[in-house]
Design a binder for this molecule. Structure first.
Ligand SMILES: [Mg+2]
Length: 196
């Protein structure tokens, strides 16, 4: 923890409030550690603390959200609307981080957004920016979208980023088409109608 604190302080000094800063614990803390770390983080005015606790610790996140000024973010590991409802109803988060592919697609994601909007939660979807850019753009409050280039080989198009903002493409649908490489992987790995 001491090492992590030094790192946060060093980055904070370097960027000096000129950029938003978050920390992500990837579910590695227990409740007392998360609370202690959260208190020590308060002077840095982080945009959020991500996944401070086990993804399913609804009560633990609620205690952090209630007692810390720094916003709490989690939800990326949850795999259903019901699991997100537990976070939302128990005031466990300030930023909800649903993952459309993981919760069952766009329709399920939008159900979570409707509930989150009712609680005035902030939205910061997890991964898969190619889908989430569109869904986040439809959210009531200005959202965050994670930037990952990991899926770039799948698509022909690239998302445009200007001054730290992702631009919603004007192309039809999600604005992406499968690359030759991705089509090849699909053809190369899927086998249909093969008898045992
Ligand atoms: Mg994360």
């Amino acid at each position: 923890m001491a090492v992590d604190l030094k790192r946060v302080a060093a980055v904070h000094e370097k960027i000096g409030g000129r950029a938003a800063m978050m920390v992500d614990a990837n579910q590695q803390w227990d409740r007392p550690s998360a609370m202690r770390f959260g208190r020590l983080m308060e002077p840095y005015h982080l945009t959020w603390i991500e996944e401070p606790l086990d993804a399913y610790d609804v009560e633990g996140h609620a205690a952090l959200a209630a007692q810390l000024d720094t916003p709490i973010a989690t939800g990326e590991m949850l795999a259903s609307v019901l699991e997100h409802i537990a976070l939302i109803q128990n005031n466990s988060v300030d930023f909800i981080q649903p993952d459309a592919p993981r919760v069952g697609g766009i329709t399920q994601f939008l159900k979570i957004c409707a509930l989150a909007e009712a609680k005035k939660l902030q939205l910061a979807p997890h991964f898969a920016m190619e889908i989430h850019l569109h869904l986040a753009a439809a959210y009531e409050l200005e959202p965050w979208v994670e930037h990952f280039d990991w899926l770039d080989p799948l698509f022909n198009e690239r998302l445009e980023i200007r001054n730290g903002r992702m631009i919603v493409p004007q192309r039809p649908g999600l604005g992406i088409t499968l690359s030759e490489q991705a089509a090849h992987w699909t053809r190369g790995t899927a086998e249909f109608g093969k008898r045992p």
